[in-house]
Design a protein around this ligand. Structure first.
Ligand code: HAM
Length: 418
């Protein structure tokens, strides 16, 4: 038997209403903040991610689904949404649009070859937002406020917002040097990846999954001690504005994020709910000041974040929040025999055209089995079409919650149910 690939999942018809509810709720929040949807291809040139995410990151080094197409071009199933959005922003010259900043959201599957774990999949759906074209602490605050609004719109409470500033490129140069000095004397105790990272990108050591418990990790210098005045001022403004609008946060100077394009504001939202599992990050994001230029665009900057719907669902379950199944039937038509089934099929087609959600039995089951089926399908009303009903042109409409029955002619059925 062929089985589903590891790290992927089917969303079954009995559960898909939860996804629809979550996606609709998130889209409503986007509407309020005036963000419009963007859809980009599932695969892109491999180069896009190597350049944007960084060739020393785990995503690029270990996790990408990369393949050669028939024209011998290297393609990659997108592992994240920011690089494709920035590629599209540049390619479609959105920087020339009078409507600035460009504010977009996306709701798309991403692919990373990771070890499967609760909350960690190889295909997952990211709901993300990006605001490109403005460098202003107030837009950073808008993005953070939107992040919290996403989660609060489901009634989630066990949340902790971690923020940090990873400064501008100048601040980072000093910091990289300090990290090299800190790790160099004991670098042979670290994994092979870290041993090469120390020269190419020492900040990546802080994000290493293998060596995360090494004692040098907790004593490593913090980026916040290396921020220049401009970076400090930017960070202070973001924090004071968050205070003004009442968004609570924890300053986390060890937060560096797993992708290379970040500058200044970086953040992650954690779930503190019992039973959420060991991966507690619900969402992550930050500002990316050099990314547009790095991909050969103009000197524009952006900020955004992404969450996965899979982890959002886990948080909803961990906090025992019920999502109601909105799918109900207005009417279930119980049939008795061939003539009755033929008539029901015509009747259903007419009622559905009038906007009534209705169904019938297609397996020629007995009456009791059909009534049970109506119950399972949450039908509000049922009718039984037998020989008498066909002859008289009248049926009893049964209200399934009260049990009450009222007779109507077939012509008046639609009105009665409406
Ligand atoms: P990221 O931190 O790599 O950032 O991923 C963002 C979110 O995607 C995570 O917080 C998590 O909810 C979800 N996620 C990541 N990997 C998996 C996985 N294997 N299984 C399930 N969920 C996962 C980015 O991707 C950036 N592009 C975010 C961003 C947007 N930064 C600026 N704009």
């Amino acid at each position: 038997m062929i089985q589903i690939p590891r790290g992927t999942q089917d969303i079954l018809p009995k559960d898909s209403y939860k996804w629809q509810y979550i996606e609709d709720t998130l889209k409503n929040v986007c509407e309020k903040y005036n963000y419009q949807e963007i859809r980009t291809p599932i695969f892109e040139s491999t180069d896009l991610f190597v350049r944007a995410v960084g060739d020393t990151t785990d995503i690029v080094n270990k996790e990408m689904y990369t393949f050669k197409d028939k024209g011998d071009r290297s393609m990659t199933l997108r592992p994240e949404g920011t690089a494709p959005v920035v590629r599209s922003y540049i390619e479609n010259k959105m920087y020339g649009d009078p409507n600035q900043p460009i504010k977009v959201f996306y709701n798309q599957p991403m692919f990373r070859y990771e070890r499967q774990q609760k909350g960690r999949y190889r295909q997952f759906v990211q709901f993300g937002v990006e605001a490109i074209g403005v460098e202003d602490p107030l837009i950073d605050v808008e993005i953070l406020s939107m992040l919290m609004a996403f989660y609060e719109s489901f009634g989630l409470k066990d949340l902790e917002l971690h923020i940090n500033s990873i400064g501008d490129f100048d601040s980072r140069k000093e910091y990289q040097k300090a990290l090299q000095e800190h790790f160099r004397p004991k670098i042979d105790e670290f994994c092979d990846d870290c041993q090469s990272r120390i020269d190419t990108n020492p900040m990546r050591i802080l994000d290493c999954k293998t060596d995360k418990n090494h004692p040098l990790m907790s004593t490593a210098p913090k980026i916040t001690d290396y921020l220049n005045d401009e970076s400090i001022e930017y960070y202070e403004k973001v924090k004071s504005q968050l205070d003004k609008i009442g968004i609570k946060y924890v300053e986390d100077p060890s937060l560096v994020r797993g992708l290379d394009y970040y500058t200044h504001t970086a953040f992650e939202l954690m779930s503190t709910a019992d039973g959420f599992g060991s991966i507690t990050t619900l969402a992550g994001g930050g500002r990316y000041n050099g990314l547009v230029e790095m991909l050969d665009g103009p000197a524009e900057t952006g900020i955004g974040f992404a969450l996965s719907i899979e982890r959002l669902l886990l948080a909803i379950e961990a906090e025992s929040i019920e999502i109601e199944n909105p799918h109900t039937l207005d009417l279930y038509v119980v049939t008795m025999g061939e003539e009755s089934r033929d008539y029901a099929s015509v009747l259903l087609s007419q009622l559905r055209q009038k906007g009534i959600t209705a169904d019938m039995d297609y397996k020629a089951r007995g009456m009791r089995a059909q009534m049970r089926d109506a119950d399972r399908k949450n039908a509000a009303y049922t009718i039984v079409i037998g020989d008498n009903e066909l002859e008289e042109g009248k049926v009893n409409v049964k209200n399934m919650s009260t049990g009450e029955e009222v007779a109507y002619s077939f012509e008046n059925l639609e009105e009665a149910i409406q």
